[in-house]
Design a protein around this ligand. Sequence first.
Ligand SMILES: [Fe+2]
Ligand SMILES: [Fe+2]
Length: 269
Amino acid sequence: MIGKTLAAGAAAVLGAAEPARKVAMSRAVAARWRRGEIEMGRAVAPARPARPERPLLRPPRDMPKRRNFGSPAGRIALLHALAHIEFNAIDLAWDLVARFSNAGLPRAFFDDWVAVASEEAGHFCLLSRRLEMLESFYGALPAHDGLWEAAATAHDLVARLAVVPLVLEARGLDVTPEMIRRLERAGDCDSAAILDRIYQDEIGHVAAGLRWFEFACRARGDDPVAAFHANVRQYFTGALKPPFNRAARDQAGIAPAYYETLACAAAPF
Ligand SMILES: [Fe+2]
Ligand SMILES: [Fe+2]
């Protein structure tokens, strides 16, 4: 049962713990929405999405910081960490759909986040299949328990979009090209190709984040750049880390005025 409306379907995906089920339900709800078979509806998003028994979740400080890409174990650790990020990204996209189902947003908002949710499910599948080819699987290692904290901004669409697509996913654009180069240098071109595919899609996720962030700011009469700065300072701990991937950020439409002063203002000394 995946719900009679998009909002109910989104809430049902959030309530699915097992990865295979979360992915299958994501695809089914997205397909029904695209075909016009379900109405928008309304739903209440759960405070936290359901999680499988594995991976075991550990505090971020207990997670390894540096990985040796030259060893299969190091690459498995990287792919596992990325699969976990994508697993959370599936829920973050559906959470936007369910949580803001009663906010009077245009249909195009839901079209965008349903498309993002479905791409995140695809990313998770690419990474978990790759882990299996390397004789591991998602759940084999412990994973970071801090990712759902981004949803602390759940009360406010502007805050949520500032932190999730415009800080966290934009950060992904900054760091992924170097990971791709390191995987290629280690001879793991199959994993590199998966990261490249994800990277291309993530440019679109940042672009969607920016589009709806600016829409929501303008609806309130707020200047988007000033609102971004205020929300990041309030809800994101730490500075934005340079170097920024200016080319990818430009492609997503996010101007340097959004991020450069935040990096400088809070640079470590
Ligand atoms: Fe993704
Ligand atoms: Fe994404």
